[in-house]
Design a protein around this ligand. Structure first.
Ligand code: NAD
Length: 297
């Protein structure tokens, strides 16, 4: 796929290590010019030098996506160096595990500032430049399967759920401008995985970030024309589209709902329509007593 991104300028945030580094290197290999952003400026510089050593076009940015002024500066750097911005990979992110009753307000705020506001600030700055230029563009947000809900990952999961909602909403707003917005839910052996025993079990070392990069490249390139508003999951061997939340039937109607009629609705109708929840698809307790007694019968 060399030449896939020839003449394209792409910003990759959090590209000093892990998935972002792989995305930036692959964009450059495909002929694209890259802004290699990472709050760890030394790492951003290291990735940039690696790309240049192999003849690629890259410039380093040590800005923080969590600061609106700096997020604008990342996009401005792309415009100044390469004359345009055709693509953005909103990859910078933080995570940590905590049970809700042991979680820390400050840690939660810091995570949301990077994972949610960072995606918004950098995305809005890129969108403004793309819309003003009037040419097609592609935004790839990095979400996570955790957005479906995972134990000990409430704040992280919520931040990635926000990224999913942004993806659907921006895709709707930007379709007419020719700017596509999709999300990738990756699984790859990076620092983020090393920190968690559970993640390590699900993600052996051969699940390298380079195995996810082709999905991001595809979404940045013209081969994915007509694809927008999608969440694509890749964990190395598996590639699939994620289902999206929807308004589920039956939809009951009453002029006014009081607590009594809500109770009746759940007793008589919705008990059988409750959804298994979380990434692990846990059966809700009210249904479990039926599913478990069926199994032992
Ligand atoms: N590794 C996985 O299996 C996995 C799974 C699902 C989602 N993700 C997502 O993929 C993305 C990359 O994760 P990774 O596994 O490569 O993690 P990583 O920790 O290896 O890399 C994240 C990078 O983001 C940078 N960063 C943090 N805050 C920043 C800021 N304010 N401004 C700019 N850069 C900042 C860090 O310095 C780091 O280099 C994240 O959004 C993560 O949530 C990863």
């Amino acid at each position: 796929m060399n030449g896939l991104l020839e003449d394209k300028a792409v910003v990759v945030t959090g590209a000093g290590r892990g998935l972002g580094e792989a995305f930036a290197v692959h964009v450059a290999r495909a002929g694209g010019a890259v802004v290699v952003n990472d709050i760890d400026a030394e790492l951003a510089e290291r990735t940039t030098e690696n790309i240049r050593r192999f003849g690629g076009r890259a410039v380093a940015s040590g800005h923080s996506v969590a600061d609106p002024k700096q997020a604008q500066e990342i996009v401005d750097l792309c415009l100044a160096e390469f004359g345009a911005i055709d693509g953005l990979v909103n990859n910078a992110g933080l995570n940590y595990e905590a049970l809700p009753w042991e979680d820390d307000f400050e840690q939660a705020r810091e995570l949301v500032e990077v994972n949610v506001l960072g995606v918004m600030y950098t995305g809005l700055a890129a969108i403004k430049a793309m819309v003003a230029r009037g040419k097609p563009g592609s935004i790839v947000n990095i979400s996570s399967g955790a957005s479906l809900g995972q134990r000990k990952l409430g704040v992280y999961a919520a931040s990635k759920g926000a990224v999913a909602s942004l993806t659907y909403s921006w895709a709707l707003d930007l379709e007419e401008s020719g700017i596509r917005v999709n999300a990738v839910c990756p699984l790859a052996h990076t620092r983020m995985v090393w920190k968690s025993e559970r993640s390590l079990r699900a993600c052996p070392p051969d699940r390298t970030p380079s195995r996810i990069a082709p999905v991001v490249l595809f979404l940045l390139g013209s081969g994915s024309e007509g694809i927008t508003g999608q969440m694509i999951r890749c964990n190395g061997p598996q590639l699939h589209v994620m289902g999206q939340p929807y308004l589920k039937q039956p939809i009951l109607e009453r002029p006014v709902w009081d607590t009594e009629t809500v109770q009746r609705a759940f007793d008589e109708v919705f008990s059988a329509h409750l959804e298994n929840y979380g990434l692990e698809k846990r059966v809700p307790p009210r249904l479990r007593k039926w599913t478990e007694s069926t199994r032992t019968a």
